[in-house]
Design a binder for this molecule. Structure first.
Ligand code: AP5
Length: 217
C-alpha cells in the first residue's frame, strides 16, 4: 500500500511516517530528509538546494521527482511506501503518477492532516533533535528528562534545522497554501483523499490513520 501524507509544515507528517515505519514496516520517503542528507554530504545537489531551503521556498520539481524515481528503484514491490513532503506541486503530483506506474505501483490513499496553522509555528520553532541519534525533542512539549542530555544515547549535542525559524516557517506555510494545497482537488477527483484531524494527540492521529489504512474510515 502506497500513501501520501499531506499537510503544511509541522502538521506531523514526519512523526506519523516514522510511526508507520515502526508499526507496519512501511518505507518512509521524505524529500526533505533526502535534501538535508545531500546538504550534509556537501554534494553538488546539496550546494544547489541549500539557499532555497533556507529561504523556505520549494526546490525545483525536476530535482525532487528525480530523487523519488531513483529511491523507488531501491524498494521492493511488496513494501508499502509513505510519501512524506512529496508531492508539493501539481507538476509533482502528475510526475508521481507517471513514476509510480513505471515502477508498477499505485497510490492507495492521500491522508490529509488537517491542522490549525497558528499552532504550527510553535510546534516547529520549538523542535530540536539529538545530534547523534536523531531522537526528537521540543522546547515545550518534550524536553530531555535530564536537561542537556539525550534520553536515548546520552549525547550532550543537539541540533535545530536551519529552516525552523519563524520567518522561514511563515514562508514555508505560504508556499504550502499557494502551491501544495491546490493539489488536493487533483486527488479528490481520484477519490483518494482521507481527512484526519492533525490537531489531536499523536496517538489519536496514528489511530485515525490506521483506520484509513484498514479501510475503516
Ligand atoms: P520538509 O522537511 O518536508 O519540511 P515540512 O514539510 O516543512 O515539514 P516538517 O518536517 O517541518 O513538518 P512535519 O509535517 O513532518 O511535522 P513533524 O512530524 O516534524 O521540507 C523542508 C524543505 O525542503 C522545504 O521547505 C523545501 O525547501 C524542501 N522540499 C522538501 N520536499 C520538497 C518537495 N517535494 N518539493 C520542493 N521542495 C521540497 O512535527 C513537527 C513538530 O510537531 C515536532 O516537534 C513533533 O514532535 C510535533 N508534533 C507532531 N504531531 C503532533 C501532534 N499531533 N500534537 C502535538 N505535537 C505534534
Amino acid at each position: 500500500m502506497d500513501i501520501i501524507l499531506l499537510g503544511p509544515p509541522g502538521a506531523g507528517k514526519g512523526t506519523q511516517a516514522e510511526r508507520l515505519v515502526a508499526d507496519h514496516g512501511m518505507v518512509q520517503i521524505s524529500t526533505g530528509d533526502m535534501l538535508r542528507e545531500a546538504r550534509r554530504s556537501e554534494s553538488d545537489l546539496g550546494r544547489q538546494v541549500a539557499a532555497v531551503m533556507d529561504s523556505g521556498a520549494l526546490v525545483s520539481d525536476q530535482i525532487v521527482s528525480d530523487l523519488i524515481d531513483h529511491k523507488l528503484s531501491t524498494i521492493s514491490a511488496g513494501q508499502g511506501v509513505i510519501f512524506d513532503g512529496y508531492p508539493r506541486t501539481l507538476a509533482q503530483a502528475q510526475s508521481l503518477e507517471i513514476i509510480l506506474a513505471a515502477h508498477g505501483r499505485s497510490l492507495s490513499f492521500v491522508v490529509e492532516l488537517a491542522v490549525d496553522e497558528n499552532a504550527l509555528v510553535e510546534r516547529i520553532t520549538g523542535r530540536f533533535t539529538c545530534a547523534k541519534c536523531s531522537t526528537p525533542y521540543h522546547d515545550r512539549f518534550k524536553r530531555p528528562k535530564v536537561e542537556g542530555i539525550c534520553d536515548v544515547c546520552g549525547s550532550h549535542e543537539f541540533v535545530r534545522r536551519s529552516d525552523d525559524n519563524e520567518a522561514t516557517v511563515r514562508t514555508r506555510m505560504a508556499e504550502y497554501r499557494a502551491k501544495t494545497a491546490p493539489i488536493l482537488p487533483y486527488y479528490e477527483a481520484r477519490r483518494l483523499v482521507r481527512r484526519v484531524d492533525g490537531m489531536a494527540l499523536v496517538d489519536a492521529v496514528a489511530a485515525a490513520i490506521d483506520a484509513v489504512l484498514g479501510g475503516r474510515a
